[in-house]
Design a protein around this ligand. Sequence first.
Ligand code: ADP
Ligand code: MG
Length: 262
Amino acid sequence: MSDVILRVQDLVTSFQTESGKLTALDGVSFEVRKGRTLGVVGESGSGKSVTSLSIMGLLPKPAGRIERGVVEFHGKDLTKLSLAEMYRVRGNQVSMIFQEPMTALNPVKKVGRQLQEVFDLHFPSLNPKEAQERVVALLDKVGIPSPEQRAKEYPHQLSGGMRQRAMIAMALACEPEILIADEPTTALDVTIQAQILDLMKDLQESQGMSVIFITHDLGVIAEVCDDVIVMYGGQVLESAPVDRLFEKPHHPYTQGLLASIP
Ligand code: ADP
Ligand code: MG
């Protein structure tokens, strides 16, 4: 289909471990379409994070390795790019947020400063004042109250939910075409989790961005996703629009997952 912007095909990723080779992804295929949110659901160890790291070119070296397969972004195979080219894609087009915000935020730099650096890098034509205004606007957009004040704080001065919002702001600052969110709400308590999910939904709708939303929680998938893949043991067991998956799961594993939702 023509509106596919990311196509992962037959991806095989392995790790060299002390006890030998571990195949973490065993022929994973899926597509992400423009403006849609693809949910990736699966229990711990099923290969969700390795999938996102493989797409981003962030597998730990030298243990992690893509052995086979294609990660095609706008028709270009990301697995064949040089480090420098991949660095550009990561900065400009494909962005990522993690479960733990401190993996993306620098603890010794003020939040506003960090955002401003992203703007400086990606929109060098902005003057410092414009960049500063964009920082405040972006913090406001992700729902951080008193954004001018918050911009002057360090990440540790924010609450967990606010830190997660700041990380989302960082990921959005470069205006990516695809945002990969790897369990972004897992570490948060339930009310804040709901707020962050609302925010993700708003942003996705207002920006026409494509999102890969990774979670072990099918309830969250129902909230935010259009399409979903179910992973188990490094494979995709089932792939469907969310409505169809919930109405009529084909795979016995998916049926079991749905039956376990209270
Ligand atoms: P999850 O679905 O919980 O995100 P992961 O993608 O992190 O699962 O892990 C998939 C498999 O790959 C697991 O068996 C995990 O132990 C293995 N794995 C992940 N990262 C590494 C690593 N750095 N070294 C060795 N094995 C790894
Ligand atoms: Mg994971």
